[in-house]
Design a binder for this molecule. Structure first.
Ligand SMILES: [Zn+2]
Ligand SMILES: [Zn+2]
Length: 370
């Protein structure tokens, strides 16, 4: 497998240079340093960051080589890398930088490293790199994912780690009533993980197909907030007590206000999704915090232990992510993949940068499944 790297002098990557603009570039394959790992990408998913960048609603990161949710195989390991992995092993990459030297890193707030965006040099193509055939990663960013998982499943290690992080900060206890607001992929990941714990999970989602998907994946009850009173329904479904934990998997301010009113005494509401547009506000009687000790919180990205947990449960397929993989495209069709990802009836859309591998695994790893 290392021969693949040895033979290649250059590789292809897709750079988002402006709204609706993708440039396929052929660039030299870089040498790795002693503490780096060279990974040949097999799958990368289209998350909201990449989707907003392509759409032009998020413009800070041009020119971007996206693909922060990715997987591949190791083709070369630097001599100083201490990783328990070898050439040919399947891995997922945690793209976020942990500098280890800033105030946040030293306080153990590893998901919020103060230098997380410092990899960027203005005007130069940069980014996590899953939308390219190869990525050079630091040893600490590389997580082995067991071979039971296909590359497409392994590429969902990063979003799963983010959800594990949210649920670590705002844990579900046995017997809790949990509400998940929004049944996109992030809401469904919360649902699948919550269902591993004996608890009642209610999913609130206006789209009927997404509600049906939530039901299929184990939701105990459903709310259609477009026709039903959210707070009333949560109270009704929880014996009048409200929700112990509410995960906001959509970023709608009015839904956060409703979640606070639907929370149980000492209930927690976590803003998992970013709230769009930025600068939005919510209106709440702060007595909800005083009278009922409700907690409003949030979560972003992941710590190393979250990524490790995700890589392990996905690698053993203890968490089966196949229901969330909707469509797969070759990297050269990235624009089509973005169009598919923006549709309401898809969960995760992925590209396969290693088109040779993808062709030889058609129908098994590739292929549509929703
Ligand atoms: Zn993501
Ligand atoms: Zn740091």
């Amino acid at each position: 497998m290392s021969a693949v790297a040895a033979e290649k002098k250059s590789y292809t990557r897709a750079v988002i240079t402006a709204p609706q603009t993708i440039v396929m570039e052929d660039v030299p394959l870089p040498e790795i340093d002693r503490d780096q790992v060279l990974v040949r990408m097999r799958a990368a998913a289209l998350c909201t960051w990449e989707q907003r960048t392509f759409a032009g609603t998020d413009t800070w990161s041009y020119p971007l080589v996206g693909g922060h949710e990715n997987s591949g195989i190791i083709v070369a390991i630097g001599s100083d890398v201490e990783l328990k992995a070898k050439v040919g092993d399947q891995v997922a990459l945690a793209g976020s930088k942990r500098c280890g030297q800033c105030n946040s890193c030293r306080r153990g707030v590893l998901n919020l490293c103060d230098n997380a965006r410092s990899q960027r040099v203005a005007g130069k193509a940069w980014g996590p790199g899953g939308f390219g055939e190869y990525v050079v990663a630091e040893g600490y960013q590389v997580y082995p994912v067991g071979p039971v998982a296909t590359p497409l499943e392994a590429a969902l290690t990063e979003p799963t780690a983010c959800v594990i992080h949210d649920m670590k900060k705002h844990p579900v206890k046995n017997g809790d009533v949990v509400v998940i607001v929004g049944a996109g992929i992030m809401g469904l990941l919360h649902l699948m993980l919550a269902k591993k714990i004996p608890c009642t999970v209610i999913v609130s989602e206006p789209d009927p197909d997404r509600r049906a998907k939530a039901k299929e994946l184990g939701a105990d009850a459903l709310i259609d907030p477009s026709t039903e009173d959210y707070v009333e329904r949560v109270k009704e479904l929880s014996g009048g007590n409200g929700a112990n934990v509410t995960y906001m998997a959509i970023g709608v301010p009015r839904a956060i206000e409703a979640a606070l009113l639907g929370a149980a005494k000492r209930g927690i509401v976590s803003c998992y999704a970013s709230i769009q547009p930025r600068g939005s506000t919510i209106t709440v009687d702060p007595n909800v915090f005083h009278d009922r000790e409700v907690v409003l919180s949030g979560a972003i990205a992941q710590d190393p232990d979250d990524f490790l947990a995700a890589s392990q449960i996905i690698g053993r397929r203890e968490l089966d992510l196949r229901p969330l993989i909707s469509m797969v495209f070759p990297l050269s069709k990235l624009a089509d993949a973005f169009a598919a990802a923006s549709r309401k009836d898809t969960y995760r859309v992925l590209v396969q940068p290693d088109e040779e591998y993808a062709a030889s695994h058609q129908g098994k790893a590739a292929g549509r499944s929703s």
